[in-house]
Structure formats: C-alpha cells, structure tokens
Design a protein around this ligand. Sequence first.
Ligand SMILES: C=CC1=C(C)c2cc3[nH]c(cc4nc(cc5[nH]c(cc1n2)c(C)c5CCC(=O)O)C(CCC(=O)O)=C4C)c(C)c3C=C
Ligand SMILES: [Fe+2]
Length: 422
Amino acid sequence: MTKHHPDTPSGERPTGPSRRRLLGTAGAAGAAGLVLGAAGGALGTAAATEPPTDLATVGRSRVPFHGAHQPGIVEPAQAHGHLIAFDLAADAGRKEAAALLRRWSRTAEALMAGETPSSRLHDTGIALDAGPSSLTVTFGFGRSFFGRTGLVAHRPAALEPLPPFSSDALDPRRSDGDLWIQIGADDALVAFHALRALQREADGTARVRWQMNGFNRSPGATAGPRTPRNLMGQIDGTNNPKETDEDFERRVFVPAGGDPAWMAGGSYAVLRRIRMLLDDWERTPLAEQEKVLGRRKSDGAPLSGGSETTPVDLEKRNADGDLAIAADAHVRVSAPETNGGAAMLRRSFSYHDGFRDDGAPDAGLLFIAWQADPLKGFVPVQRKLDRGDALSRFIRHEASALFAVPGGAGEGEYVGQRLLEG
Ligand SMILES: C=CC1=C(C)c2cc3[nH]c(cc4nc(cc5[nH]c(cc1n2)c(C)c5CCC(=O)O)C(CCC(=O)O)=C4C)c(C)c3C=C
Ligand SMILES: [Fe+2]
C-alpha cells in the first residue's frame, strides 16, 4: 500500500541520510548544515573533518519498525528507556491526531534505522555518530484519546479504567494521558535523541502530560544474556511468558478477528510507577528478603529448590513442615497457577530520580505489563497482590496508566492508521 507523504511535494517517503554517512562524507558540511539547521555550524565543521565512527555490535543492532506487532514489546528491555505521555491540544481532533501519528511513525522508522529523520524540524545532532542501538519506539492510545477525537464508538472495552487498589497512592498528574510513547535504546544519546525528535514533532498538536526515565543493565556487561536485576537486587523477569510458549501470542496480543478490529496484532500496556522503600528493604536481612519474594537473591532460584529456571513448586514443604515458598511470597501470590492462569509479559525499567525531601531515594520500577486483555492479566493479579503480598511493605504504587497499543504498521502505513482512517 503506497500512502501519500504529507511533507514532500511528490508524496514519497523521504529517506533521511544515514547518520554515519552524514559524518563521513567529504563535503557533508553543506548537507549537514541543511539537516542540522541552527546547530549546523559547529556540527558541520565536525562533519567535514571527523571520520565515520566504527560501530560495535551494540550500536549496529537494529530492530525493524514494520511488522505484525509494534517494536518494544517482545524484544529484551534496553539499557535506557523514556516513557512520555501527551494530551492533545484543545483545538486538535482526529485529523490533527492522524497527521501526528503519521509524522511520529515516519520519524520512528528513520530513527530505528539509524537515519537522521527527514522532517520539517531541524535535527538536534545528538545521535550523529551512533547507530540504531536497538532503538524501539512504541505508540499507544489512552482512554481519553477517544473522546477527544470523536472515536468513542471505536474505544476498546479493555480500556475501562483500572479498578482502584487499596495500596494505591496515585498522582493523577503523572498518570494516564491521551497518547503514550515508549522509547528504548541501548545507547543513552540515541534514546534521548529519539525523545526530543518525537516531542518536537508533537509541538502545536499535543503537549507533554508526564515523562519518566528508566534504565536496565547494559548489553555486554555480562558475557552472555542474563535476566536483569531490579533495584532491590532481585533477578526480575525469570517466569515471564516466553515467545516459544504455545499460548504466548494469545496471552500478549489481540488476535486477528478480535474486538475492536483495529487492535488486531496490538496489545494493552499497563504502566505502574512503583517506588521502592529501599532504606527499609536494605535493612531487611537476606533470609527475610528471600522469603518475601520466594526466590534466592544470588541466583534467582525458587526457594522450593533447583536453579533460576526450575519451575516453582508451590506445594513443597521444608523438613519442619512449613511451605518452602511462604503463603504471602510475591511469586506465589502473582503466579498464574494461583490466579486462574492470568499472565502478562513484564518488560520494565528501573528508575532513579534523586532523593525525596525525607532523604529516601526516589527510585523503583517503571513496571510495564503487556497483555491481550488487562482483565485476564494485570487486574486479577494486582487484586490478589493487593490483598496479601509480602512485597507490599516495601513498595508504593505512585502512578498508573493503561494504553491500547495497536498492531505494527505495514510498509507505507503509520501506527494507528486503521483506527484513525477506519
Ligand atoms: C500485578 C502484577 C505485578 C506487579 C505490580 C509486580 C510488582 C513487582 N514485582 C517485583 C519483582 C518480582 N516479581 C517477580 C515475579 C512476578 N511478578 C508478577 C507480577 C507483578 N509484579 C508476576 C506475574 C510474576 C511471575 C510469577 C511466577 O509466575 O512465578 C519476580 C521473580 C522473578 C520473575 O519471575 O520475574 C521478581 C523479582 C517487584 C520488585 C515489583 C514492584 C516494584
Ligand atoms: Fe513481580
């Protein structure tokens, strides 16, 4: 399907120059000046003299933009993440939202390919000598988007507001939003470059509602891939659904023929900003920390025995007759076996935003859960955790959002087109 491009007279998709080609080509200063605009002076000089940067594996790694699903869901969480939510401007409706998603998609496609986005705006140059660095950009729609764009009839039933939980201490200013972008990259400059490029594309159409920054372990820090640790020091992500599981697609993605039709191949993202009471946690003896979770801290092995990947045995008893995994241990209370099979794909980022007035670290988990239906994933599990999770003593849910993340864009399509032009 060939689509008319809004920003070129011919209507063809402009392909931006590779960032590396821009740096390395003799005489690139002129071209760079065009692309870089105001910043072109200083960077243009560098462009004429600097050799192209050789990229290592991390920089070269590239995730495709097009596909059945949007990027940033099944790929391992990157070292750097930015989450940003927008509200549409008062005078922006469906037409303006469609134009924005078209611009955003075009920009995301170029950035993920390691290209300088060709846009009506000047590039900042922040990522000039970097490769794609596994950049992913993922777009979602919040419940309020549908009212503002006259699309309430197309709003998924799954976007019903999440129920309140007794342990919620939610800040509405850092919750919800009409539109959401999740950015992840294994290079901090590439991630920030994408954040700025996408934010600037929204100027005049949508304004930032909230923004959060997260991180994970850098690729290459360990000899082989390992499950990441969170800021409590726990290995976190072991018992996630695996792409090889027979029911993975059904659990995580809306099927073709699902309701609404425009969500086929899409998923629902539940975001919770969960602050960790790290001073309390770090004062807690190791054995108690392990009992709270139900797994060993050193290697993530379940307290019922084995290694990290050994299935958790919830029936196992110690010699003294006690349950090896306590009745309120986090892994027992959250396990699909104790929640009627409810499961979600957890793909989170840690965060640290300095220290609060009381001296405690403002740090924790940007918990992101992906599922085909929040009522069969996050909601029943969080209800159960809310009633009796030993981890609750050490965490505070401070912000919350739920977004419908449509399927991936086909060639020549933009994300959300099936909704906005359907
Ligand atoms: C409602 C869903 C969940 C919230 C909120 C949540 C918060 C949370 N979790 C950890 C740390 C770990 N969680 C682990 C397992 C785990 N957690 C959930 C759900 C929520 N967690 C599920 C469904 C599971 C898998 C259970 C299973 O099938 O065994 C683990 C163990 C390792 C793993 O399997 O990932 C850790 C560690 C924190 C720190 C946290 C809030 C800050
Ligand atoms: Fe958990």
